[in-house]
Design a protein around this ligand. Structure first.
Ligand code: G3H
Ligand code: 13P
Ligand code: ZN
Length: 313
């Protein structure tokens, strides 16, 4: 299938608009029906364009056909929705997602030697561009737990001197940059530990027309960490990047902001609270409904207070 059969948009269109208007399109990850509905509801309420992000492991968890069935049923302006493969690590998975009906893929060659990152990114570009599917690539490495298969122990910041040539050679449509954000729930020693805005500024100067992407942008609201721990969880030292820093990055050419961990915290905090405070509940729909509402609330908050993408459609 082609993504146009689902009425979806590619990210090229959504991100170029965001870049020139100074906001960021949120890319929220989902893994099941409830998390998908939570994101769509938030987009609908805020009238925001939206990128539905699916990691390799989430794709495997849901199964491609069930996933596309849910997308077919998505009740929102389809031309404002992009379906995006997050951190595709091989040509084959990027091809699979494209053939399934995704409108955008990320080829993540950040762990490869530079020349291999370039050649594989270009190979993916040559395939996906035939179908007008947009491509995101990454230069530099984020620390932290990226997905169920990948973990990097240290940052390797994006080298601003390499970006122009990287974009030219790979033909990428957007570029994920490493400027100090970290994947997962254990980011900074202090939420105010600064990102490398100096690096971001140089990158933006060198490739002013390329939408930049910020991964690892969760702020990890402490109210959810506390709620999880209060209701039987055991999460220590979870900390994110402050919304103020993400907003500053958005003012400097970041046009796509990836958030996953915050949604996991919102969802889990709600499930824990419900199951402990209403122990008679055993119908999953009761606690899953409350959890998806909590996730929607958090997505709305981030769209309004961080992304600035509400009413931009
Ligand atoms: O950055 C990647 C996402 O947070 C997805 O991770 O493989 O656990 O779904 P996952
Ligand atoms: P967080 O772990 O900060 O939510 O980052 C998610 C992400 O970058 C998905 O690609
Ligand atoms: Zn990421």
């Amino acid at each position: 299938m082609h993504y146009s059969d689902f009425g979806l948009a590619n990210t090229k269109k959504l991100l170029n608009r965001a870049l020139h208007k100074g906001y960021a399109v949120p890319a929220f990850n989902f893994y099941n029906m409830e998390t998908l509905q939570a994101i769509l509801d938030a987009a609908k309420i805020t009238q925001s364009p939206i990128i539905l992000a699916v990691s390799e492991s989430a794709l495997e968890y849901m199964g491609g056909e069930i996933l596309m069935g849910m997308i077919r049923g998505a009740e929102y302006k389809r031309e404002q929705i992009a379906l995006h493969l997050d951190h595709g690590h091989s040509f084959d998975i990027c091809k699979y997602a494209t053939d399934l009906g995704f409108s955008s893929v990320m080829f993540d060659g950040s762990a490869l030697p530079l020349s291999k990152n370039i050649s594989e990114s270009r190979r993916v570009a040559d395939y996906v561009h035939q179908f007008d599917v947009s491509l995101e690539t990454e230069l530099g490495v984020l620390a932290g737990t990226e997905d169920q298969n990948t973990k990097a122990s240290a940052h390797s910041f994006t080298d601003p001197d390499l970006v122009k040539d990287f974009v030219k050679q790979t033909k990428t449509d957007s570029l994920a940059v490493a400027i100090g954000t970290t994947h997962g729930a254990y980011k900074k020693k202090s939420p105010n530990e600064a990102l490398r805005f100096d690096i971001l500024e140089q990158i933006a100067t060198n490739i002013p027309n390329v939408p930049l992407v910020l991964h690892g942008a969760s702020s990890i609201p402490q109210k959810y960490v506390n709620q999880i721990n209060k209701f039987g969880g055991d999460i220590k030292n979870a900390r994110g990047t402050s919304p103020a820093q993400i907003r500053r990055a958005i003012s400097m050419h970041i046009a796509k902001v990836n958030i996953d961990s915050d949604s996991r915290f919102a969802f889990t905090a709600s499930v824990r609270k419900t199951l402990v405070s209403e122990p008679e509940i055993f119908d999953p729909r009761r606690y899953l409904d409350m959890a998806r509402k909590e996730m929607t609330k958090n997505c709305i908050d981030e769209i309004q207070n961080i992304m600035g993408s509400g009413y931009k459609i």
